[in-house]
Ligand binder design. Structure first.
Ligand code: NAP
Length: 227
């Protein structure tokens, strides 16, 4: 059973206080795959996952996404019709959250050229992109995430939602930056070679505690907070 909208809003609320809070949102198959044979993840969790995906967007100040996901999933700026305008107004949020694309190679989809870019100071071709994009370039060689989060916070963007993908998530997990994981577990077995929802060269262990588990006809909506 899925609770009423007001209860869902309570279950997924960001904490009060205005400190930066990084939430990540993923869907996974029963065997841990981050996408199915289509190479995408959008259809895995069905309608109920789409509803939570939209609610999480509605609650966020900014959406961070890796360039790989932006390219594969055809990301575009968030439209006002995709979020809950009343909820955003009630929370005092801007009409839509901007998308912040994370990239080092700077192969940015044209549709996102008026959004934010998170990259390193030495990314190739960065100066050309500065004309169009709002650039947050911190760190040489690798992104300095502390500086990125401080810059976002200085702009009042503390309710951070990361929509993936697994490579970006791997970095955030490795650096212990994930406060909150919203994970939908789809009743699907996939096998194949798709990665888990976080992967990278560094293996770490960060304990999380359960915030909620909802069973929507076999699709499990879960939220986990930093322990
Ligand atoms: N299951 C889910 O909920 C879910 C969610 C999102 C995505 N996905 C799926 O995941 C797949 C994409 O996986 P992916 O791992 O390639 O996604 P990704 O993390 O979105 O993209 C990887 C790319 O993002 C940039 N990037 C990520 N982390 C970076 C960092 N720390 N510093 C600099 N650049 C960074 C790099 O872009 P450049 O190459 O431009 O430098 C890198 O090549 C797609 O099939 C998508 O459908 C699944």
């Amino acid at each position: 059973m899925i609770p009423e909208q007001a209860e869902l809003e309570r279950l997924y609320a960001y904490p009060e206080g205005g400190k930066p809070w990084i939430r990540t949102n993923f869907v996974s198959t029963l065997d841990g795959a981050a996408y199915d044979e289509s190479g995408k993840s959008g259809s895995l969790g069905g309608e109920v996952d789409t509803r939570v995906f939209s609610l999480l967007r509605s609650l966020a100040d900014v959406i961070i996404v890796g360039a790989g996901t932006a390219r594969t999933e055809g990301y575009r700026p968030v439209g006002t019709e995709e979020v809950d305008a009343d909820l955003r107004a009630r929370l005092g949020l801007a009409p839509v959250p901007p998308i912040a694309v994370v990239s080092r190679r700077l192969d940015i989809p044209d549709e996102l050229r008026d959004q934010l870019l998170i990259t390193t100071t030495d990314a190739p071709g960065l100066d050309a992109l500065r004309e169009d994009m709002d650039v947050l370039a911190f760190g040489e060689g690798v992104i300095d995430w502390s500086a990125v989060l401080a810059e976002l916070a200085s702009r009042g963007l503390t309710r951070v939602l990361c929509e993936g993908g697994p490579t970006l998530h791997g970095t955030l997990v490795a650096q212990d930056l994930v406060d909150d994981l919203c994970l939908t577990i789809a009743p699907v077995l996939a096998a194949g070679s798709a990665p888990r929802i976080a992967h990278g060269p560094e293996a770490v262990t960060h304990h999380m505690r359960r915030s909620h588990v909802l069973d929507a006809d076999g699709v499990l909506l879960t939220r986990w907070l930093r322990s």
